[in-house]
Design a protein around this ligand. Structure first.
Ligand code: GLA
Length: 391
């Protein structure tokens, strides 16, 4: 069974009736621009073919019930209780998985007069690998937001739905993440990357040209799982905020490479390296957009590699498994490779000739086995479309 069938079957088990429809939203990979989003900077992600599905139907009693193939038990609350449950950062009032869809409902209702909306049942199933750095969370938020928007007749625009997803993640789940993942999911276009200014939320689709150039994107999921609600992600964000404050700017986006000597004089060595990553990464995003547009996808390899090196050495969010994945892909002739997503585990991507997909996959498996790492999960992804109604 596919995930959409799973979602519809779960809905029938939950309610004994057919859903009114099923809606879905994709996960994402990021071509380049990591940890720049919450610094008001630039990112260049794309939606992947893997999607999360929400089967849904209205109900008459003003209650919301969510069920997921991740969990044994559904969670049900009155819509007018959501304001009491959230924000709940730090002490989730509901199981963590349920805070994503319920948080989206809460965030959407907070924007409108919710007195007229119906109750709703939602059954969720996903084919986006969890903990792989491919934004399974943004896919849940996006599928839920798209289903609620349709059932409640909100006609919200994709940016408003993306913002509701981020609010759920920040304030209902308690993960201090930026806006990249939700925007990548909601604005996905086939064979294109989304060039997003995270300060203005202006977005532009840029054709990748990968297919015409005979290139594929290989995802190497190291299966080292990560969570952004704790630890390293929060610390990195705090370093960036300290750096911006010390340099007297609203966000690191307001600095350029020319400001780095001043940053070095003002900051401790660790915060300086964090700042240097973000400032140079913003520039690499701009350079990647220019290279893609003017010269084509084979010209971006060096930028992808420089981004990985910066995350490994300056931002210190890579892992031995991610480094090995990148090094092995490059040694086999990939155009470029880098870890993607928040780091501390998850996946790397490699841009490579179609003929290299099998040899690089084999080489990565062999290298992981030789290093004593668990077997990675290796597959290709094509930049794909955003949310949709499936049934
Ligand atoms: C996670 C977060 C994003 C972004 C990336 C790093 O995926 O959800 O907001 O910060 O990490 O680029």
């Amino acid at each position: 069974m596919t995930a959409i069938d799973d979602a519809r079957a779960l809905f029938r088990t939950l309610t004994g009736t057919e859903p009114a429809g099923a809606w879905s939203a994709p996960g994402r990979a990021n071509l380049i621009g990591e940890h720049t989003d919450y610094n008001d900077g630039f990112v260049l992600p794309f939606a992947i073919p893997h999607r999360t599905y929400a089967a849904a139907a209205p109900r008459g009693d003003g209650r919301i019930r969510v069920a997921s193939t991740f969990a044994e038990e559904p969670v049900e609350v009155a819509l007018d209780e959501l304001d009491r449950l959230f924000p709940s950062a730090g002490a989730p009032a509901v199981p963590e998985w349920a805070a994503y869809p319920l948080g989206v409902a809460w965030a959407l209702l907070s924007r409108i007069d919710g007195s007229g909306v119906s109750g709703i049942d939602l059954a969720i199933a996903s084919e986006v690998p969890v903990g792989a750095g491919l934004s399974s969370s943004a896919a849940i938020e996006g599928a839920t937001a798209t289903a609620l928007d349709a059932v409640w007749g909100l006609e919200a625009d994709p940016v408003a739905l993306a913002l509701a997803g981020r609010r759920a993640e920040n304030e209902a789940v308690g993960a201090p993440t930026g806006i990249m993942d939700q925007m990548a999911s909601m604005l996905g276009v086939a064979d294109a990357v989304t060039f997003l200014d995270c300060r203005t939320l202006e977005a532009r689709s840029i054709p990748t040209g990968f297919a015409d150039a005979g290139l594929e994107v290989l995802v190497i999921d190291t299966r080292v799982s990560h969570a952004h609600s704790t630890g390293g992600y929060r610390e990195r964000r705090a370093s960036c905020e300290r750096g911006a404050a010390a340099l007297g700017v609203a966000a690191l986006r307001d600095l350029s490479v020319a400001d780095l000597p001043r940053a070095q004089a003002l900051l401790d060595p660790v915060d300086f390296r964090r700042v240097r990553h973000v400032v140079t990464e913003d520039q690499r995003v701009l350079d990647t957009v220019a290279a893609l547009t003017d010269q084509g996808p084979r010209a971006i390899g060096g930028l992808l590699v420089a981004s990985h090196v910066s995350m490994r050495d300056d931002f210190e969010i890579s892992t031995p498994e991610l480094d090995l994945a990148v090094e092995t892909a490059l040694a086999q002739g990939a155009v470029g490779a880098r870890m993607t997503g928040g780091g501390f585990g998850g996946a790397a991507i490699a841009l490579l000739d179609r003929s290299l997909v099998a040899p690089v996959s084999d080489a990565v498996h062999a290298a992981f086995a030789a290093a004593g790492h668990a077997a990675p999960h290796v597959f290709t992804v094509t930049p794909s479309a955003g949310p949709r109604r499936d049934v």
